[in-house]
Design a protein around this ligand. Sequence first.
Ligand SMILES: C[S@@+](CC[C@H](N)C(=O)[O-])C[C@H]1O[C@@H](n2cnc3c(N)ncnc32)[C@H](O)[C@@H]1O
Length: 421
Amino acid sequence: MNTNGRIFTLDQPSTPIHINLDTTRKCNLSCWYCHASAGPFYKGPAVSADKVPEILATAEAMRCFDINVTGGEPLMWQGLEALADASQDLDFTSLQIITNATTVTDRTLAILERTKNLKRIIVSLDGLEDSHDRNRGKGMYQRTITNLQRLKDVVDNITVISVLDQNSHIGWQELTELLMKIGVRQHHLTPVCFTGHAMNGFDGLTQDQFTKIKMEADSMNAHIDPSQFLLVFNDTLVNEMTSRTLNMHKFVERFKGWLTIVRPDGNVRTNICTWGRTWRFDETLGNINETPLTQIFDGYGPKVTNWLQHRFTTEEEVTRKFHIGDNIELIQQDIAEVGASNQDVAVAISEREYEELDEIVIGHLPLFDYGQTLETFKPIFTANKGQYRLRKENGFGFMFDTVTSKVSILSEEEYEALAQI
Ligand SMILES: C[S@@+](CC[C@H](N)C(=O)[O-])C[C@H]1O[C@@H](n2cnc3c(N)ncnc32)[C@H](O)[C@@H]1O
């Protein structure tokens, strides 16, 4: 459907559509770039198992599309059983887990097996053996590949994330080919971001490398059937959107305020002025150890819309996240003010000029990629209704695909057409 260049204003989130549950910062690995600053010696707080039912129930009641269970290493988190128990009441909201897949046991597999609405498992693999083990330790590649197969037997919808740095951005195609052969469904290439441990010695991609990887991914995608396998370059801040359907990771990076992060210490935050897990001003909505989560979300819309006025421009965010561009002073100022602080303590923003958030004119973009239209999609939607979730917003709608984790931004007419089916 041609939406005639209509303006969709996505700056009034009513409630989040995606929750990142940062369970713990405990991890068996110590990746040099870890945005969570996780590692084996972490002794700080973790999200309490007691709080899990409340988090899931609140997400379900808000019609939040999904909860991304991450860490640290979520398979080492003591709340995993509670997650499986509480998931039995989920209907609308999906769960996904990101894991390094090196600590998988029969017990964790059994817990995951009974976790309702666990729609996909994301496994981190930074490349073939040499690249992966350089980042994650000797022997980790073999262990992850073996366990990936065991996880796949539990949830046959595996996505692999590869963090691309100065080493791993070369030769990722060989990993993609292997993943297609072993039945993985998606491969995401994620540029390393300057946050957490990565602030101790950044090794990010250059602008030219962003361009090169985009071209390489596009040319590889030309030979891949998207209904079988999705190869995604998470470059949304650097390269243009091509349609109004994008994966959840890209959506929340591009459109701020629709993501809420629950931190290991119980703080609940939005992601407006952040890069990775580094906050530039205090976006804390409350703490689940002190206040019921439903109460924390009271007044979410107006508060977030107000905070959105302070968001970075895309250029500023790209500079901070990836060190692309020439505003070195901005980065130096960040290192001085944020780098020295505990990442869980948001640093007051220095006085600077913010640009007002513009309305986002995306109505002229097609709804889908690959030439698909609403008309060709309708029979697919009809045949697989249980796979999709719809949510009505002010002046537009969302559709979420629980299998691919893609979010579509719908005009009111498109929303109504699907809601009637
Ligand atoms: C912090 S890990 C936690 C889950 C689990 N321990 C794992 O390794 O998959 C979540 C994901 O973020 C990615 N990641 C960590 N630090 C990053 C950074 N600085 N930039 C981009 N991605 C990062 C990891 O590779 C992983 O795919």
